[in-house]
Design a protein around this ligand. Structure first.
Ligand code: GFB
Length: 318
């Protein structure tokens, strides 16, 4: 177990992106710490707006920043809203990282994404695989913006001595996810689709792609716990992967969701929909060496995510 080298107690801690799935989980997790939590609604400060961000930081001077704000989505959103994904994410990273440094933040944690690794990198993906090959084309704009954020954190550390770190989450899921039928990630999409099929007694559910891609799924509250752990125990320029170390094919995962939802019909695949990257399993050796590992089994996490989905949909479909 890595020793605590940074004490959060009594600090002003800003969660950027507190309305997103990861930000909400960070707020839940930080409720257990004796801190002064800072958040700001988008209606007040749009993180893409440099002047608004700089003014907010100058007024509030957070000592600690969790940079969980991002424009995100699943494979189709990444592939079709390419301009938004690169512009929004570059602007958010540039504004928040610079403002944090300019206003004396003691520590910042930047959230990358496992899509920053090359499409055909050796699996499981080690942190040093970044920038060793071409990216998966469907999410290249998002990945480039995330790589820019990681490199900014690294550059501010090397030039200014800022204690800025970057973490690389695997595919996340849980309460507060986006359930948009076209733009969501696979977990939220399948929960929504199987639930609807159960209610309407549909004989068949269509899953996108071939079912052969493999993904690693991490429950978002585990992710938030890992972020708080690393904030307290980690300080170095190298990235840290955050995952479970286990993956599953999309076909098998669809069966897990069908079981949890209680859908008994047929599952078929639509290969005209994009598969995205063939496999994305993180090497979590570095994280394990720092004394953290995931605790929520996939079945339990999907069950909790499904309960949250039903609660969020109420009263229409529950
Ligand atoms: O979650 P997802 O959109 O993200 O898709 P990625 C994962 C896999 O699930 C792909 C399949 O192989 C999809 O073809 N899939 C099956 C579905 N049915 C569905 C469905 O109904 N909706 C969706 N969305 N997928 C994203 C990246 O990649 O992952 C981002 O585009 C980011 O940049 C994020 O890194 C974590 O894992 O393919």
């Amino acid at each position: 177990m890595a020793p605590v080298i940074f004490d959060l107690a009594g600090k002003r801690v800003f969660v950027a992106g507190h309305r997103g799935m990861v930000g909400q989980a960070l707020v839940r997790r930080l409720a257990k710490e004796r801190i002064d939590l800072l958040t700001v609604p988008r209606s007040e400060v749009d993180l893409r707006d440099q002047a608004a961000v700089f003014a907010w930081f100058a007024r509030n001077r957070p000592q600690v920043v969790f940079l969980a704000a991002a424009t995100v989505g699943g494979v189709v959103a990444n592939n079709t809203r390419r301009a938004e994904f690169i512009y929004d994410n570059l602007a958010i990273a540039a504004n928040v990282i610079h403002a944090a440094h300019a206003n004396g933040a003691e520590k910042l944690l930047f959230l990358g994404s496992s899509c920053i690794y090359p499409k055909f990198a050796a699996q499981p993906l080690r942190e040093d695989a970044m920038l060793t090959g071409l990216l998966e084309p469907t999410n290249e704009p998002y990945a480039i913006a995330k790589i820019a954020g990681i490199k900014m954190a690294e550059a501010y550390r090397s030039q200014y001595g800022a204690d800025f770190i970057s973490v690389m989450p695997t595919n996340l899921y849980g309460p507060g996810d986006n359930y948009h039928p076209e733009y969501s990630h696979v977990v939220a999409a399948l929960i929504g689709r199987f639930h609807e099929a159960k209610l309407t007694r549909a004989p068949e559910v269509i899953v996108w792609g071939t079912g052969t891609p493999r993904r690693e799924f991490l429950y978002v509250d585990d992710m938030a716990d890992a972020c708080v752990h690393l904030m307290k125990t980690y300080s170095a320029p190298e990235l840290v992967n955050i995952g479970t170390g286990e993956d599953i094919s999309i076909a098998d995962f669809a069966r897990v969701v069908a079981d949890v939802v209680g859908y008994e019909g047929r599952i078929s695949f639509d290969p005209s929909r994009p598969d995205g990257t063939p496999r994305k399993l993180l090497d979590v050796t570095r994280l394990a060496g720092l004394g953290w590992s995931a605790t929520t089994p996939l079945q339990d996490g999907v069950r909790r995510a499904y309960r949250a989905f039903v609660a969020e949909m109420r009263p229409e479909t529950a």
